[in-house]
Design a binder for this molecule. Sequence first.
Ligand code: SF4
Length: 360
Amino acid sequence: MSARLSSKARNNLQRQLLGWFREHRRDLPWRRSRDPYRIWVAEVMLQQTRIAAVIPYYDRFLDRFPRVEDLARARKTEVLKFWSGLGYYSRARNLHRAAKQVVAQQGGKFPRDLEAALNLPGIGSYMAAAVLSIAYDVPLAVLDGNVARVLARLGAIHGDLRAPQRWKELQEMAQRLLATESPSDWNQALMELGEVICTPQTPHCNACPVRKACRAYSLGITGAIPQPRKKRGPVVVKIAAAILRDPRGHTMLVRGPGAHDEVLFSRMWQFPAIEVKRNAKSELAAYLRGKLKIVCGGIEVLPEAHHRVTYRNITLLPYLVRVPAFPKLDGAKILRLAEVGRLPVSSATCKIVKAALTIP
Ligand code: SF4
């Protein structure tokens, strides 16, 4: 589409979209500053997570780690604690590692150079382009799902947008359309248009500032673009978790040995847990006996809970396991149930805690 746009038409498109954005931009916390660190944290949190869900985490995280130096100095457990509940914890680990690198090698400033940005842990081409353009006005176009949808509709581009060749073409189109005198506003304007006007199911074309330039609109095919992606069917998973309890009312959390470390608990503190094959109770008891050398005084069923991670539908089956004493384990923490929230734990573990707090 852009190849067919004259420079006059492209200038008009840019003027209309930028004018709309400058008038209607939403007041989001990460838009109140051009500090690259704050923009970077926002972009990391916004990967895979909706804006409304990110805002409270973002504010809390930046209250605790207001500067990149604060983040670099922090212990990993504390960083994960402030990420706890947001999910996809490798994002936090990479952000923390990258913050240390920025402080050690870049004098505490997010690099302005694309190559240097791409060398930071967890920074790919989208993230680098987003931070560099939004914070420093580096003329790099961003392409995420929202922008790809807008561009595909503007150009009436059919097919699977994520197919490598098509994605590459969209990337080139995004770069050609970039308003090089205002990359920060331009990229945010395209993203904003995709989020609030050119939405996936029913685009609000009547309110769209670039309607006149939109081929899908003029052809009446906005509903057919983008082509729906084939959805992966849900996978049903059952996890049995042992809430151990000694006579003093303490419990034990571990890091690592349970099943689904990556998928569900992501190396956060967790109750000992297994993925159930047939019989949750007997498999859990066998695991506790065999792997953790725990003698179970009795196992009681607690209310189950449900959790979703992308395409996985997870049933959490918590069991109260009374033990005379805890085994001596490296990487185990003994604490009261009510204190679990002080550690970095996933939201699945929080749900198990909730079930466990029903224990009299
Ligand atoms: S006219 Fe409709 S389909 Fe085209 S860019 Fe605007 S909102 Fe999207």
